[in-house]
Each structure stands twice: as C-alpha cells, then as structure tokens.
Design a protein around this ligand. Structure first.
Ligand SMILES: Nc1nc2c(ncn2[C@@H]2O[C@H](COP(=O)(O)OP(=O)(O)OP(=O)(O)O)[C@@H](O)[C@H]2O)c(=O)[nH]1
Ligand SMILES: [Mg+2]
Length: 351
C-alpha cells in the first residue's frame, strides 16, 4: 500500500487538503491523524459501468496529516515519527493570504519550502545522533553497533553539510548497515502549492523557482486552491462541471494529488474485473505478472500458473472481453511478463 505523510508550516492548508483527500476531518488539536484516500481513476468508473460489480475499489493511499512544523522544532518534533515510515511526503506550501496571518508574517513560498526541508534535515540529524549516543553510552561497543559506527558518522557529516540523505553515495553494504533507519531527506516529495483563488492558473515568479528545485530533485509539483477545492467538493456533479469550466480547471486538484503521488513513486495501476468486483491495484513500474499476483494475494503468487491480460484501452474501445479475444488482443502470459499501466489481469493459479 502506498503511504504518504503531509508536511508543511502551520496554517498552510494541510488538514484542509487531508480532509478533501480522505473525507475525514480530524478533531482539532490532534498532532496527527491517519486515513485512506481513493485514487480517482476514470478507467475504474468506466469498467465499473461495464461490469456493474457489487463492489468497486479504487487505488488507495494511506495519508497521515501532521501538525505544522515550525522553525527550530525539527530536532525535537516527536510527532514527526508518525510519518517516518511513509514512502513519500506531500509538502503543502502556503501561497494565499487568508484570514489567519501566515506564522512568519508574509507569503514567501520558496522560504517556507526551505524551512520545512531544513527541519526535516534536522530531524534526520537527530535520528543519527540519538543512535550514535546510544552506541557511545553502551559499556562495550561490539558486533553490529561497531560496524554501524563509521557509516553513521558518514551520514552525520553529510547532514552537517546541510545535504539531504538522498544525495549521499552509499555502498550496498553501508545501506545494509543502516537498515532500520529511515530518513526524511531520503523521501520523494510532492509539492502542493496552495494558491490564492485569484492566482489560479497564473504563474507567479517564485513558482518557476520552486518548479526548478522540484524537478532537479526528481520531485513533483502542482498548484491548487484548497478553498476552491472545498467549494467544488460541496457541489453536485453537474454544478462541479460548470464551476470548474468557469475557473478553467479540467479536474479537481485533489484527483491530481493522488495521481501525482502515484507517479512520484513510479507506480502504475492494473485492474481486476468481474461482476463481483472491479478493482484498481498499484504496482511498481517494471514489475512482472507474478508481482501483480502477489499484490492481490500471496497465494496467487505462490500458485501462479499464467495470467490472462488485456489492455483497458482495447476493452474500452471494443466494448467486451469477447470482442477483445476475437481480435486476438487478449494474451496468456507467464511470470516474467512486465505489467503495463492499464492492464486488466486475471491470474490463473493453483495452490
Ligand atoms: N483563503 C484560504 N484559506 C485557506 C486555504 N486553505 C486553508 N485555508 C484556511 O486556513 C486555515 C488553516 O487551514 P488548515 O488546513 O487547518 O491548515 P493546517 O496546515 O492544517 O494548519 P496546522 O495543522 O495548524 O499546521 C483554515 O482556516 C482554512 O480554512 C486556501 O486555499 N485559501
Ligand atoms: Mg492541520
């Protein structure tokens, strides 16, 4: 399952985005909250209309919302630990004036971006230092601890130079030694810039700077207005279409967030279909049919025989599985078949 943690300065719109994505509004004052979000996918909607299943399941992302990080708290912010295991960070950056003043008194997205990343770096530094302290306080340093020592020092020196862990070259052996230590500065980020409503569709000068840093790091960035998203979410589908057309936006920003999180992590979607259930599953780009089987259930991987595969595109175009088969576009594939985004997969197995 894909897991994301939301980070950002206080009052940037994190909880608003979290509620929009998950449909769950946490009680005020809680330092963290966790809920699932659907990954909207029109292909699932169309397959569902085709099969009329009892159950339709979209791709899922587990999202953790956090209280805002303030400058200088990174080292001590224990609540950050609730997102240590997350695969990616959704970093919300405030670019709207709003009713509550910005905690730093002005709107400066690039500054805020740097502050949050610096706090994450401090939190990583604290992690390494704690580990080093623990080793130092042991009466006798031995075994695995002793082996870990040099690589921990390497990490600390790197972080002291204000460099993220993602930029540290480590050998496979060093990585092994660090197992169990999870770094914030090693996680990819999806930057969500929370624009003022009137700035939607514009390109403020600081935005290009943010886009540049983001693409240098291989991260993703998108802009939305959480306030507008709230308004969209309260309309019925027809009203939504009209409202979004007026604003010149093609789909809700929340749909984009979920999709971008997928591609940030190099994930694709494959589908299983039937009258019982139509379901989207996430898979790493480049993974094979047997990995797809494992995603569904470990028994399917263990007893994997072959998989029937057709593409969503073909099925949608031709209208039925029979038509796809008649055209010779359905394939029986083995374990090593590389699953493509949009594949409809049926696993044949025997356990
Ligand atoms: N005008 C405007 N107000 C917004 C927008 N997004 C959020 N807000 C408001 O800003 C305030 C803070 O929003 P939250 O979503 O609670 O912010 P947060 O980042 O979770 O804040 P903390 O959890 O305290 O760090 C609320 O009053 C929101 O209604 C926006 O896009 N435009
Ligand atoms: Mg909040």
């Amino acid at each position: 399952m894909l897991t994301c943690g939301i980070v950002g300065l206080p009052l940037s719109g994190k909880t608003t985005l979290f509620s929009l994505l998950t449909g769950y509004t946490p009680p005020e004052g809680k330092p963290s909250a966790i809920a699932m979000a659907d990954v909207p996918d029109v292909r699932v909607d169309i397959l569902s209309a085709m099969y009329q299943p009892r159950k339709t399941v979209y791709g899922q992302i587990q999202i953790t919302d956090l209280a805002g990080l303030s400058e200088g708290t990174g080292k001590s912010a224990a609540f950050l630990n609730s997102i240590r295991p997350a695969q990616a960070l959704i970093h919300v950056i405030r670019a709207f004036e709003g009713d509550y003043p910005h905690p730093l008194g002005s709107i400066d997205p690039l500054r805020d971006f740097n502050i949050v990343n610096h706090e994450l770096l401090l939190a990583d530094m604290a992690l390494v230092e704690t580990r080093l302290d623990r080793i130092a306080s042991a009466s006798k340093v031995k075994g695995p601890d002793k082996e870990q020592l040099p690589v921990l020092e390497k990490c600390l020196n790197h972080l002291l130079e204000e460099k993220p862990m993602s930029q540290l070259q480590l050998t496979e052996e060093e990585r092994q030694l660090l197992q169990g230590l999870v770094f914030f500065t090693d996680k990819p980020q999806l930057l969500v810039v929370n624009l003022a409503e009137e700035d939607l569709g514009t390109n403020p000068p600081w935005l290009s700077a943010l886009k540049t840093v983001s693409s240098e790091k291989g991260w993703r960035i998108l802009t939305l207005s959480a306030k507008i998203e709230m308004e969209i979410s309260q309309l019925n589908p027809e009203e939504q279409t009209v409202f979004m057309a007026e604003l010149n936006i093609s789909e809700p920003g929340t749909a984009l967030v979920a999709r971008e999180a997928y591609s940030l992590l190099g994930l694709i979607a494959f589908f299983t279909v039937g009258t019982d259930e139509v379901r989207a599953w996430a898979l790493k780009h480049g993974d094979t049919a047997v990995e797809a089987a494992r995603t569904i259930h470990s028994d399917l991987a263990r007893g994997f025989i072959r998989a029937d595969v057709m593409s969503y595109e073909d099925l949608n175009q031709l209208g039925s599985e029979i038509a796809v088969k008649e055209k010779g576009l359905a394939h029986l594939v083995g374990k090593d078949y590389v699953v493509k985004d949009g594949d409809i997969v049926h696993i044949r197995f025997n356990v």
